[in-house]
Every structure is written in structure tokens, then in C-alpha cells.
Design a protein around this ligand. Structure first.
Ligand code: FNR
Length: 362
């Protein structure tokens, strides 16, 4: 049962700490202190201008992305090793996403094989009598291109609907060692080779990641290697958005990786207006980093994002209550979003725009 004191994502974060081993908790929460704080502060700085007495009939939070209907502009961001938070790992998360109609991006570093996750999504949809939830596969390019190609082919065969190439992966090493029983289930030998080749037994995002960082040639290669839409995750510079579109990216996830990459990187929401101007409607922009409430989602939409992703809150929900916890986290966000939309006089997502933002000049 979900304890009654869990009403917000902040509540889940607070309680989750008690449900995870200290080392795993520290790993999940880690990031540059300055960037982590900025990810929240950037949302908190933005004011919204409520509107009264609007006609809210016919209101809903649905949107269409790559031809598929999503129940809300919220997706689960790719997060490695869900089994750090709960023994059912990604299976619990995908069942929650199926129940809530929230799309999920499955990490290359999932702790359950990508095929098993897709199968669980289909089973859940059958049981619930609903359409299968859209699943996207997140790719970390592997040292060996054949291994990357194999991952993409497996994702296609398993029914994933887009490839999310994460390009900001030169992540600081944390010295975090995976606990027994948690592996990179999609990769040969169950290990990220970049990790095992790192000195000092550093695990997860190993020290060679910076050297192996993808180049634009790899984006062109990926574009030519799959029939699925290619989405680039981890861009913050408007100029990179231009280059991404020129290389065939069909969407961009504006992200600082939850504050886990460059110390001092701006928050996604702060660079969003410049990104939106650069892309000029040529591709949907999604953002993540610090999204914790419905008003955060409204602010993202008002500044040009199509949808948002949430990372750590998935693990917080998993740690506290498994599938039910993740479903509850998604429900809180959706309920919160509807409330914010109603208070702004916006019964549908396309009504959310710059007019929802309060600026001193207005
Ligand atoms: C991540 N993130 C991530 N991104 C990715 O593309 N592949 C991955 O495997 C992971 N793994 C991962 C693990 C953990 C523990 C965290 C916290 C984050 C980044 C993730 O997709 C997303 O960008 C951020 O988590 C968003 O910020 P919030 O919602 O956590 O504030």
C-alpha cells in the first residue's frame, strides 16, 4: 500500500532514501551540486499567469508524437540499472508506464533485457485492454560498431519505436560498484565494456567514456542504419541543434543529463527558448532535468517543449513501492499537470504558450 504521506515527487524522493542501500542512493542522486540546484531553480524562477473563468470542457492532456498518441506529455527518461531500486527493475517500471499510458525510454544499460521489457509492456497492454505504450530505445554507442548495430536491430525487432542516441555521455566517474545480481543485461558479458576497461574498478559510466564520445559521423551512420526515428539526447547549444537536424535527427532531447555531465552546464529549461528558435519547428524538442511538478511541465510547454522526461523519480517510485510507486509518481505528475492547465485556462496542451508566463513587462 502507498503510505498516505506520499503526495508529491519530493515526498517520494525523501522516503526513497530509506528504501535503497546507501551506495546506490548516493549514485542515483549524484550530480554536480551547482547544476542540480540550477535544474530546480530555473523552473522555480519562472512565474505563471493564471487565467479565470475559461471554458475547460473537452479538456485533456493527450498529444501525438511520431504518429502515436501519448496520454500526457511525460515520458520516463532512460535510466540505467532499475534493479538498483527494486528487484523487478525495468519490468515494474514498464508495467507502470503501460498502466498510465506514459511512454518509456529504455536504457542501453537496462538491468533486464530489452526484449523482456517490451514483452512485459505488451502483456500489460493485453491485460489492461489498452494500446501498447510507446517504447523508445536509448543507445550508448559501443566501442565496436557491430555491437551498436546489433542493439539497434534487437530494438527494432522487439518493437521499439524510436532510437534515442545519448551524446552527452562523458560522465564523471562515481566509483560506484554495481551490487551483485545487477548487470548490463543487453550487453555482451552483461557488462559495459567501457566500464571494465576503466582503471580502479570504476563502474557504470567508466572513465573511457569521454574518449569514446560519439561524433557527428556516428549520427549519420545511425541515421542510415535504422528505419526508426533517431532522437538526439543531451544537446544544450542552439548550434548543435542545427547540426543535429542537418544529420537527420527527428527530435531533440534538450538535457544536461540530470546534472551528471558538465559541471556548470545550464539547465535545459534555460536554453530551451534559444533551442526552439534554432529548430524553428523542424523537429519536436523534449526536455529533462529537474521536472518534478505539473507546473514544470506547463513552463516547458510554454517555452517551446513538446514533452518532458523524468529520470530519478522513476527510481524513487520503484524503491518505495515497485510498480505501484512508479505508477503513482506518473499519476501525481498528470494530476498536477491537469490542475495547472485548468488554472491557466488551457484545456489542451496546444493552448499553452508564452501568454501563460508572467514577465514583469506584461
Ligand atoms: C541517468 N540518465 C541516463 N541517460 C541516458 O541517456 N542513459 C542512461 O543510461 C542514463 N542513466 C541514468 C542513471 C541515473 C541514476 C540517472 C539519475 C540519470 C539521465 C536521464 O536520462 C535524464 O537525463 C535525467 O535523469 C533527467 O534529470 P532528472 O529527472 O533525474 O532530474
Amino acid at each position: 500500500a502507498i503510505p498516505p504521506d506520499l503526495q508529491t515527487l519530493a515526498d517520494y524522493e525523501r522516503v526513497a532514501e530509506r528504501h535503497m542501500p546507501a551506495a546506490s542512493w548516493a549514485h542515483v542522486q549524484s550530480g554536480s551540486a551547482a547544476t542540480l540546484a540550477r535544474n530546480r531553480a530555473a523552473f522555480e524562477r519562472i512565474s505563471l499567469l493564471p487565467r479565470m473563468l475559461a471554458d475547460l470542457r473537452g479538456g485533456h492532456t493527450r498529444l501525438t508524437l511520431f504518429g502515436r498518441e501519448h496520454q500526457a506529455p511525460i515520458l520516463f527518461a532512460p535510466v540505467a540499472y532499475h534493479r538498483l531500486a527494486h528487484p523487478e527493475g525495468e519490468l515494474a517500471c514498464v508495467r507502470a508506464s503501460a498502466a498510465m499510458g506514459i511512454g518509456m525510454v529504455v536504457s542501453t544499460l537496462s538491468s533486464v533485457p530489452l526484449e523482456t521489457i517490451a514483452e512485459a509492456a505488451r502483456d500489460a497492454a493485453r491485460t489492461l485492454g489498452v494500446a501498447p505504450v510507446p517504447l523508445w530505445f536509448q543507445l550508448y554507442l559501443q566501442e565496436d560498431r557491430a555491437v551498436s548495430a546489433e542493439l539497434v536491430a534487437r530494438a527494432e525487432a522487439a518493437g521499439y519505436e524510436a532510437i534515442v542516441l545519448t551524446v552527452d555521455a562523458s560522465i564523471k566517474t562515481s566509483g560506484f560498484a554495481l551490487p551483485a545480481g545487477v548487470t548490463a543485461a543487453n550487453l555482451p558479458g552483461g557488462a559495459d565494456r567501457r566500464q571494465t576497461s576503466a582503471p580502479g574498478g570504476r563502474i557504470l559510466f567508466g572513465t573511457r567514456l569521454a574518449d569514446d564520445a560519439p561524433s557527428w559521423d556516428d549520427v549519420a551512420w545511425l541515421r542510415a542504419s535504422t528505419r526508426l526515428p533517431v532522437i538526439l539526447k543531451g544537446l544544450l547549444a542552439a548550434e548543435d541543434a542545427h547540426i543535429a537536424i542537418a544529420h537527420g535527427a527527428e527530435a531533440i532531447i534538450v538535457s544536461n543529463h540530470g546534472g551528471r555531465t558538465l559541471d556548470g552546464a545550464p539547465s535545459a529549461i534555460d536554453v530551451l527558448p534559444a533551442m526552439a528558435e534554432a529548430v524553428a519547428g523542424a523537429a519536436p524538442l523534449l526536455i529533462d532535468g529537474g521536472v518534478r511538478t505539473g507546473t514544470d511541465i506547463v513552463k516547458a510547454r510554454a517555452l517551446g517543449a513538446t514533452a518532458v522526461l523524468v529520470g530519478r523519480p522513476q527510481l524513487h517510485g520503484l524503491a518505495v513501492a515497485g510498480m505501484a510507486g512508479v505508477a503513482h509518481v506518473a499519476h501525481i505528475l498528470r494530476a498536477d499537470l491537469e490542475l495547472a492547465m485548468a488554472q491557466l485556462g488551457c484545456p489542451t496542451l496546444d493552448r499553452i504558450g508564452p501568454a501563460c508566463l508572467f514577465t514583469r513587462a506584461s
